[in-house]
Write a new protein. Structure first.
Length: 309
């Protein structure tokens, strides 16, 4: 099961930067978030058996920021947008690793990226979403050490089927150089939500997001959420190009405080269910390896800020 998850993880997070296309108000969207992942044991799973790696433990603090700026927007008679937008995102993860006797993880991750996205309707039922961009993925914050090996680019196209007014499902391809050379990956798109006092949302765009929310008051919503997110660092180790993958799956409660129509403050308390974290060779073969490393479940908390300007 862990090996299958690793393959899916690579498909979902191999720098596929498909952004949400909910810009009907042509507003600048800004989101900032700080996450804390509590300490837990580090384990190795191989051939279906799991064992603790010595006395190794780890926690993590992750800071993220994203901004999306619509450059132009037109709506057709069916309220389908033709959109050009540019987005920039950054993430810094500080891993508090203890008692590691081998270089199995890194202590820092810095991800900075930028994307240009175009969305347009093809007909009443279909739209096309195209994106091109790239970023820097480092295991430290010293830009003087950044090189071409830390740069990843991506380009891709997704065809979106509007099944219902509140349900979009799509698929396509993305091309990136995750393994040191251009390679084609499948790209998936899902956006389903209901509105009202009781709301449900399931999205697969920049990651996996599921939420069930209820408006207790006009300015306060309580959500039950499950999400998957992560960061990546590219580095040299033992004379070889390596990739460090850091993923985390969380579930919990998210009270969201709304300040007017443009600002909201989401707060999350729950559990990190599973946190795969390991250094692998930057090769296609590494996707199918049997040996996986991960941190066990631990407490999770986050605080964020969302603004529509």
């Amino acid at each position: 099961m862990i090996r299958n998850f690793e393959i899916k993880k690579t498909v979902l997070f191999a720098f596929i930067m498909v952004i949400s296309c909910q810009f009907v108000d042509a507003q600048v969207q800004i989101e900032m978030k700080t996450e804390y992942i509590g300490k837990s044991d580090y384990r190795k799973s191989e051939n279906g058996k799991s064992e603790k790696v010595g006395d190794s433990q780890g926690a993590a603090m992750v800071h993220q920021a994203n901004i999306t700026i619509p450059l132009s927007l037109k709506l057709n008679e069916n309220k389908r947008p033709t959109l050009w937008a540019i987005s920039a995102n950054g993430a810094y993860a500080k891993l508090d690793n203890k008692n590691f006797t081998a270089p199995l993880v890194v202590d820092e991750i810095l991800n900075i990226g930028m994307n240009l996205t175009h969305l347009r309707p093809l007909n009443d039922r279909w739209s096309i979403l195209a994106t091109i961009g790239g970023g820097i993925f480092m295991s430290n914050t010293d830009f003087s050490q950044a090189g071409f090996k830390n740069v990843l680019g991506n380009v891709g196209t997704v065809f979106i089927r509007h099944l219902k007014p509140n349900l979009d499902l799509g698929g396509g391809i993305m091309v990136n150089n995750s393994f040191g050379f251009p390679m084609v990956f499948p790209a998936l798109y899902l956006n389903w939500k209901t509105e009202g006092k009781f709301a449900v949302k399931i999205a697969l765009m920049q990651g996996l997001e599921m939420a069930v929310g209820y408006d207790l008051t006009k300015n306060f919503r309580l959500n039950l959420i499950a999400e998957m997110n992560g960061q990546t660092a590219l580095l040299r180790q033992e004379g070889k190009d390596k990739m460090f993958s850091h993923l985390y799956m969380i579930a919990g409660f998210r009270p969201e405080i709304k300040i007017g129509e443009k600002i909201s403050i989401p707060l999350t308390v729950g559990m990190n269910l599973w946190r795969p974290a390991q250094i692998t060779d930057r090769t296609l073969k590494s996707m199918f390896q049997d040996k996986e490393y991960y941190f066990r479940a631990s407490p999770y908390a986050s605080a964020g800020l969302k603004m529509n300007l």
